[in-house]
Design a protein around this ligand. Structure first.
Ligand code: VAH
Length: 312
């Protein structure tokens, strides 16, 4: 049985659906800081504020879970607006969840991000093991989180696992407060108005991935043979390295008169400029068989088809 924190977020909202399909509805305990009647209709749902350690313990114990997937966090742009709150949630929440995993001997997943890299990290085909001096609070949280999860494995034997997600693109639940959110908004606007003004400048490359590939990676890593894992909590994974014009061109293959313009947001541009252009996923490929299925054209076709239905 799996407890998910942040179940109403961009990843969580789709991960609970995928896990209910994989493992059965009654085996997935969805939790978030607010109640969701809709989700509670589909399976166990509990209100959990991850800054309250006793609440995580109480719900994990009551439902007798054997795994925690900890997704509750503030993303990069929000974290820059409220760095102290971001530390309290991103680090306090992670420590609380890890402590419960230690006390109840649970398997543990939490994502890191390409945001764990900084301006001094090699930007092209960023290696699995390299310099990590991020310049954002989110990046500080992600590097510290990677190290904390490694520590809980080495010191307490907690089976912690994680990946560094690139920007995730999905049509179910929009992301909140991310830097890569432009790559989601562009599809919504392509359907709604056939035009989008990007807050990220032309030519700014970042790694991206379609949500189904991200969800498959989580299940695949959690089911991997631990003896094969040289790394644990910060596997580089990626599918697509793209800049705003790449998305515009892919969209124009379906909506020829789609127009992309630019109005750069200096805060989020600065964050994006500090991140890699492309990362090397070879460790994940070698240690647990990671392989992304969707390239930008396959993702674009599916995103536009699904949003056409959703936004009608
Ligand atoms: C963000 N979508 O923009 C998240 C993610 C790599 C990007 O961490 O903050």
């Amino acid at each position: 049985k799996i407890l998910i924190t942040g179940a109403l977020g961009q990843i969580g909202s789709e991960l609970i659906t995928k896990l209910r399909t994989e493992y059965g509805e009654s085996n997935i305990v969805a939790t978030d800081i607010r109640f969701s009647e809709e989700e509670a209709q589909k399976g166990p749902f509990e209100v959990v504020d991850v800054t309250n350690p006793d609440r995580i313990y109480q719900v994990a114990k009551a439902h007798q879970v054997d795994t925690i997937m900890h997704l509750a966090a503030l993303l990069s742009a929000t974290a820059e607006k409220m760095p102290k709150t971001a530390w309290d949630i991103n680090m306090g929440g992670l420590m609380n969840a890890l402590e419960v995993a230690r006390e109840l001997n649970l398997q543990f997943f939490t994502p890191s991000s390409i945001g764990a890299f900084g301006p001094s990290t090699p930007k092209d085909s960023t290696p699995q093991d390299t310099l990590q001096r991020p310049t954002t609070m989110y990046g500080v949280n992600k590097v510290a989180g990677e190290l904390l999860c490694d520590y809980y494995f080495q010191r307490f034997g907690v089976d912690t696992r994680g990946v560094r997600f690139p920007g995730l693109i999905s049509y179910v639940t929009p992301p909140g407060g991310g830097t890569t959110d432009y790559a989601v908004e562009i599809y919504y606007e392509a359907i709604k108005s056939k035009a989008y003004t990007s807050y990220i400048a032309e030519g700014t490359y970042m790694d991206m991935m379609y949500m189904p590939d991200a969800l498959h990676a989580i299940v695949q890593l959690m089911e991997a043979d631990p003896a094969k894992l040289e790394h644990r909590n910060a596997f580089n994974i990626s599918a697509i390295s793209a800049e705003p014009m790449d998305f515009a061109k892919a969209i124009q293959r379906h909506i020829p008169d789609f127009k992309l313009s630019f109005h750069v947001d200096p805060v989020r541009q600065k964050i994006a400029d500090s991140w890699p252009n492309s990362i090397d996923s070879s460790a994940a490929e070698a240690e647990w068989g990671f392989k992304a299925k969707y390239d930008i054209d396959a993702m674009t076709k599916e995103m536009l088809d699904r949003l056409e239905l959703k936004l009608k």
